[in-house]
Ligand binder design. Structure first.
Ligand code: HPA
Length: 258
């Protein structure tokens, strides 16, 4: 059965948000994945996975991204909607806004970012996020009060927040939002020919922009405040995802091997 995966980011841990029925602990060749919950949304089978664990015990640099994506694949997931919390670099994006990124720049440093260590596989990232999933999220976003339908996501290593100079640099490079978990997830999903798109909640202005200080507490508070809006958007987006995949993600490995 083809299932839709939902990866919950900071503040989105409660499996009941997405119709939990059955818990699965999956051990993969890459190690143990975060817990997965099989459920149903509007008649479609979904798997919810809180990326950081149920009590946020895994910081961004310790999440086993390979195990998580592999486990979702093993559970029959072919399409993934991820949620992320992000800081705003582009001052037009305000706390509480939702963004569906269309591109990213990867500044992470310590992560295992590929499934292919013993053969050479170069997946195409010209369209880094699945167009079909992005369209579903953007359409669903219209009734949720609007989402930003583009944005360049800067992935930083964390777990510390960025410095103002780093944010100025990211701004000069064209980044709109910054977070610590969007990569390598998007890359690993592509490597397994899975569709992947993300909806990011802006929780704060990034370091040095319109604020003196940045706290993890405010990040969690803003996510919690926006949780119901985000949940509704995802439920609606799941209903809008076409029954059959019509995007190129399913053949991402064609002509990718050397
Ligand atoms: N930087 C990095 N990650 C984040 C931020 C931020 O400002 N806000 C929420 N996640």
């Amino acid at each position: 059965m083809e299932r839709i995966g939902i990866i919950g980011g900071t503040g989105i841990y409660d499996p009941e948000l997405f119709g939990e029925k059955e818990r699965k602990e999956v051990v993969t060749p890459y190690g143990r994945a975060s817990p997965a919950f099989i459920g149903e949304l509007g008649g479609r089978s979904v798997v919810f996975m809180p990326r950081h664990g149920l009590r946020h015990e895994l910081p961004p640099h310790r999440v086993n991204y390979r195990a998580n994506i592999y486990a979702l694949r093993q559970l029959g997931v072919s399409r993934i909607i991820a949620t992320n919390s992000v800081g705003s670099i582009n001052p037009r994006l305000a706390p509480g806004d939702l963004v569906v990124p269309h591109d990213f720049i990867d500044f992470t440093r310590t992560r295992r970012a590929t499934f292919y260590d013993t053969e050479t596989v170069h997946v195409d990232m010209t369209s880094p996020y699945c167009g079909e999933l992005r369209r579903a999220l953007i359409s669903a976003g219209r009734s949720a009060g609007g989402v930003w339908d583009r944005g360049v996501y800067a992935a930083t290593e964390g777990p510390r927040f960025e410095t103002p100079a780093e944010i100025r640099m990211l701004s000069l490079l064209g980044c709109d939002i910054v977070g610590m978990t969007g990569i390598p997830e998007a890359v690993l999903a592509r490597e397994l020919e899975m569709c992947y798109a993300s909806v990011a909640t802006v929780t704060n202005y990034a370091a040095g922009i319109k604020q003196e200080k940045l706290t993890a507490t405010e990040v969690v508070e803003v996510v919690r405040h926006n949780q119901e809006k985000l949940r509704r958007l995802i439920v609606e987006a799941v209903a809008l995802i076409p029954g059959q995949r019509g995007c190129p993600c399913a053949s991402a490995l064609e002509e990718a091997r050397i």
